[in-house]
Design a protein around this ligand. Structure first.
Ligand code: AMP
Ligand code: MG
Length: 401
């Protein structure tokens, strides 16, 4: 039985090199950058005002105070987006707005609130305070200098990174292609929702969780119908699935029973199993195989086992397939509000509920078929074998959403 790290290393070593495609920036949310992008201009591109007010030469109002207002001649106005050709001379000021280009000759902007206008003298502005040179000015390049990197290959584009790229005038980005992922559920007891259950049957539920998790990892899920437990049906479904996708994810049918057909059907098709069984709980019977460049993830059927093994073993591969540098789940630290005990010889990834203050408690019963505690959970805590983590301990909580 493989340790989790060995299993993951084997999987990541089997992921083919990423292929890239060009997409519009608007369509690039959550995509993995396939190129480094350098800023083509300074940001901001020109010195500009950070206030609505008046551009001045600071020395002209160095003795201004509320008791001694200084009057400057209003020599013009620069709206945002306009250029300005003149130059500000001694004794002059220019009306200016947040984002307006700074007129040459000016070395400060006085905010409107520190000035006064008099109805009888419309061509003058009274300044009630002195100002230091360069106050209220945003300098060209102070945010990003031309030539600086604004995106790195392997980075996943979030909304904030997209704003920076847009600010740099980027319209298209080269990103990793997304893997198409067929999703198959096996089990003769499983029914599609919408039909009544006969005794012995349950509604199929794993695809409902796995499809969104695949999409969150950047994969394009393709959901297949339920496969009954037979060699022929499993073989036919696997062969169709692998011809239609980059990655096949199955659930169920990988245990030790004589009704578990996934491993044998995959091998009969020419696929090679790389390993079976990982030393984690839930999810031990997980199997991984390759068929040329195509990858097979055989998740165990129990709903929580399928969920957890997807997150720990399949999700990283989908991200790496797209070229992502970081493939691990994000984690946040929290404090246990109760002890967590793992008497088992395998690490236990326990379903936990983290409250707003970072308190971490068990989400409920931890058996691998229990959907209600999975639904209450918003994280997983990795509890080492034969260990009790005591209340008050700080732990890392793995998150999937
Ligand atoms: P298996 O891994 O096929 O031996 O299934 C283990 C347990 O998980 C059995 O109780 C199955 O009924 C249940 N199970 C398997 N696949 C699914 C599924 N897609 N949805 C809900 N339960 C499942
Ligand atoms: Mg089964």
């Amino acid at each position: 039985m493989l340790e989790l790290e060995q299993a993951l290393a084997t999987i990541l070593a089997s992921v083919p090199a990423p292929k890239s495609e060009l997409v519009s920036l608007a369509a690039a949310h959550r995509r993995v950058m396939a190129e480094k992008i350098l800023m083509q201009t300074d940001l901001p591109p020109f010195d500009n005002s950070s206030m609505d007010g008046y551009a001045v030469r600071a020395r002209d109002i160095s003795s201004a105070s509320p008791q001694n207002p200084i009057s400057l001649a209003l020599a013009g106005k620069i709206a945002t987006g306009e250029t300005f050709h003149g130059e500000i001379s001694a004794g002059q000021c220019i009306r200016i707005f947040t984002g307006s280009i700074l007129p040459s000759g000016a070395d400060a902007v006085v905010m409107q609130e520190d000035t006064q206008l008099e109805a009888t003298r419309p061509r003058e502005v009274l300044f009630l305070d002195a100002i230091k040179p360069w106050e209220n000015i945003r300098f060209h390049g102070e945010d990003v200098k031309r030539g600086a990197a604004i995106a790195a290959a392997g980075e996943i584009l979030g909304a904030a990174q997209m704003a920076l790229l847009a600010g740099g005038g980027v319209t298209e980005v080269k990103v990793g292609r997304r893997p198409t992922v067929t999703l198959l559920a096996t089990g003769s007891e499983l029914k599609e929702a919408g039909s009544a259950l006969a005794p012995g049957q349950i509604y199929e539920s794993n695809r409902a969780a796995l499809a969104p998790l695949i999409a969150l990892a950047g994969g394009v899920p393709k959901i297949f119908p339920i496969i009954p437990d037979s060699t022929e049906a499993t073989r036919a479904a696997l062969s169709r699935a692998s011809s239609e996708c980059d990655v096949v994810i199955t659930c169920g049918g990988v245990s030790v029973g004589e009704m578990d057909f996934v491993k044998s059907a995959f091998e009969e098709q020419g696929g090679q199993l790389q390993f079976w069984k990982v030393a984690i709980k839930p999810g031990k019977p997980f199997v991984f195989g390759r068929h040329g460049e195509k990858l097979l993830f055989g998740l165990p059927g129990n709903p929580v086992s399928a969920f957890v093994t997807f997150l720990l073993l399949a999700r990283p591969a989908l991200l790496r397939w797209q070229g992502a540098a970081r493939v691990d789940l994000s984690a946040s630290s929290g404090v246990l509000t109760e002890p967590f005990s793992n008497p088992d010889k395998r690490r236990h990834f326990m379903r936990v509920a983290v409250d707003e203050k970072g308190g971490v408690r068990s989400a409920g019963t931890q058996a691998s078929h229990v959907l209600s505690s999975l639904a209450l959970a918003n994280g997983l805590v990795d509890v080492p074998p034969e260990t009790t983590l005591s209340a008050g301990m700080t732990v890392q909580v793995l998150r999937w959403e």
